[in-house]
Write a protein that binds this ligand. Structure first.
Ligand SMILES: NC(=O)c1ccc[n+]([C@@H]2O[C@H](COP(=O)([O-])OP(=O)(O)OC[C@H]3O[C@@H](n4cnc5c(N)ncnc54)[C@H](O)[C@@H]3O)[C@@H](O)[C@H]2O)c1
Length: 326
């Protein structure tokens, strides 16, 4: 495989920090063999598109999961989606109905926020992309979770250090982003984003855990959008602005990127799959306050987006976005 010698940063102190991190990681490589010895119980907060998917892939790999959401109706909707997705996966992998039931049997559900994490070794939050709400959740969980419980956020656009701002300094060292991709059952990547004080051993453990659930981990410092969204969000914005200016149609932009760039779906199909509201919150947050991105016109939420949200046209999840779904 080709390797890259591209110099990753011009900042010498950051280069030293990155080198040190890499040295510690390679020292630890192979020492953590079985993540199941450390991570036995997982609590997932949010039974929406992402939380349900994360619960599914963890249970499929044999982990016990408690899935929390605010209301019973959210849990029921989430678990129905998990069952459907498990059945699809079983068909693809040629597994029988017993395999589906076994995975479902590892997922318990609750609307009791504190109880969900009381025994957890790993908490993954996948609730709405709103900084204050995520901070509030982490603050409440910090008080009841086990001292060595790892906290992870599935945020698409916020900084880990901001989500973790209300945590104790001990917990901050055990807090990362575990950023899954949609649809979780199919997408192979998990970005692990770390802060300056994150323990290297923790990263090695989480890499092993990500591999154990059948995914591939990549590491990234705590920077807006990590790797994938930092590249994708501007791309989506340019596509949207192209159409809003009247330069091309939605269909033609999607066709162009599929046939001309070899992408599996066009930007508008992608935005519909991600959720118009989720994309809107990412852009708004970056436009208002993200380091290096604040005030960037590409991320300024437009009246058209706001209209789509107030009309409930949130993409695939509501049946209507840039396209209509049955
Ligand atoms: N949708 C994607 O493609 C995608 C991909 C990667 C990461 N993410 C991130 O994952 C997280 C969840 O996104 P999603 O697409 O699953 O959203 P979703 O709308 O499907 O689910 C969000 C969940 O949050 C819960 N929620 C809403 N308000 C809440 C509150 N005040 N307190 C606690 N819970 C609340 C809802 O009940 C819902 O179950 C977000 O941080 C998002 O940025 C999304």
């Amino acid at each position: 495989m080709a390797s890259s010698s591209y110099n990753s940063t011009a900042d010498p102190s950051r280069q030293t920090a990155l080198r040190r991190q890499q040295q510690v990681l390679s020292h630890l490589q192979g020492k953590i063999q079985d993540p199941k010895r450390v991570i036995r119980q997982i609590a997932v907060y949010g039974a929406g598109i992402m939380g349900g998917g994360i619960a599914q892939v963890a249970a499929q790999a044999g982990y016990k999961v408690t899935l929390w959401d605010m209301r019973q109706v959210d849990i029921e909707r989430g678990m129905a989606a998990v069952r459907k997705s498990l059945e699809r996966t079983a068909k693809k992998l040629k597994k029988n109905a017993g395999w589906v039931d076994q995975a479902l049997g590892l997922i318990s559900t609750t609307t009791d926020q504190m109880q969900a994490c009381s025994k957890a070794d790993l908490v993954i939050e996948a609730i709405v992309e709103n900084l204050e709400i995520k901070q509030k959740l982490f603050r409440s969980l910090d008080a009841v979770a086990k001292p060595d419980c790892i906290f992870a956020t599935n945020t698409s656009s916020l900084l880990v250090r901001d989500v973790a701002a209300s945590l104790s300094s001990e917990r901050k060292q055990k807090t990362v982003a575990l950023h899954f991709f949609n649809p979780v059952a199919m997408m192979k990547l998990v970005e692990i984003a770390y802060m300056d004080g994150t323990e290297a051993g923790l990263l090695e453990l989480l890499k092993a855990w990500v591999r154990d659930i059948g995914k591939t981990p990549v590491l990234c410092r705590d920077t807006p959008g990590f790797i994938v969204n930092r590249l994708l969000v501007p791309y989506n914005s340019e596509a949207r602005m192209l159409v809003e200016r009247g330069d091309a149609t939605i269909d033609d932009v999607d066709t162009a990127m599929k046939l001309g760039a070899g992408y599996p779906m066009g930007p508008f199909e992608l935005m519909d799959m991600t959720g118009i509201d989720t994309g809107y919150h990412i852009m708004k947050g970056w436009y208002e306050s993200a380091p290096g991105l604040k005030g960037d016109i590409r991320f300024k939420p437009t009246p058209q987006m706001e209209q789509m949200i107030s009309d409930g046209h949130l993409g695939r999840k509501t049946g209507q976005g840039f396209y209509t779904y049955k």
